[in-house]
Write a protein that binds this ligand. Structure first.
Ligand code: NAG
Length: 213
């Protein structure tokens, strides 16, 4: 199952790279965000995309850094939507409100992760990319909270991701790095609900929802 998902992701990624941002079209708005889909997560207020790259934090855990990125095109902003390890979900399954998900960074295979280390700029909780295909722990688990109405996660819908271990929301803001990843914004975990912890699934390749009969 995991292998199938990875193979499919690689195939999809080829598609993404070949066609740039063209799979994005208005006709897919409001469609389900399904397990196995490859997505970019847009920070609602600043429109930056959740991003990672092979740059370690110079403080805190020293793990691979996660930022938000101003451009739309960068391939380091793709994440694969997975269920927690050991869960019996299939590619194409819709994701109900309250579900636990993991986001795997496509390029480096690491998981969106958080823990009690301090984030570099604001001193909130650090969000890193950690582990890999064969290594994942509870620090990779995030709960989907849908804003407004709707029972399953849809594209362009406002959502929050709440980190299970720390109870903090995935958060970004206009606090920018001034060196190495200059112009990119800090991503961190914040327990207080605010407009700066709202995200939406934007560009990507979405598996059509599997209808069960
Ligand atoms: C989704 O679940 C959260 C709690 O986990 C709740 O606060 C929110 O209202 C729910 N959203 C919808 C659209 O039902």
């Amino acid at each position: 199952m995991a292998l199938l998902l990875s193979l499919a992701s690689i195939a999809l990624l080829g598609f993404v790279y070949n066609f740039g941002s063209s799979p994005v079209s208005a006709t897919t708005e409001g469609k389900e965000v399904t397990h196995g889909s490859v997505i970019k997560l847009q920070h609602e207020r600043t429109k930056f995309r959740l991003h990672s790259h092979e740059v370690p934090y110079g403080s805190g855990s020293g793990q691979q850094s996660v930022t938000s990125f101003p451009g739309v095109e960068d391939a380091n902003s793709f994440w694969i939507v997975h269920a927690p390890s050991g869960t019996n979900v299939q590619q194409g399954d819709a994701i109900p409100n309250g579900s636990i998900v993991r986001l795997q960074h496509v390029r480096t295979r690491k998981w969106l992760h958080s823990h009690l280390h301090q984030s570099p700029i604001s001193g909130n909780l650090e969000v890193s990319a950690f582990g890999g295909d064969e290594q994942s722990d509870t620090g990779d688990n995030w709960k989907l909270e849908i804003e407004g109405t709707g029972s399953v996660w849809l594209r362009d819908q406002k959502v929050r991701l709440r980190h299970i271990d720390t109870n903090a929301y995935l958060h970004s803001h206009d606090k920018k790095y001034s060196r190495i990843v200059t112009g990119q914004q800090e991503v961190c975990g914040v327990t207080k609900k605010s407009a700066d912890n709202i995200w939406s699934a934007a560009e990507g390749v979405y598996f059509p929802v599997k209808h069960k009969d």
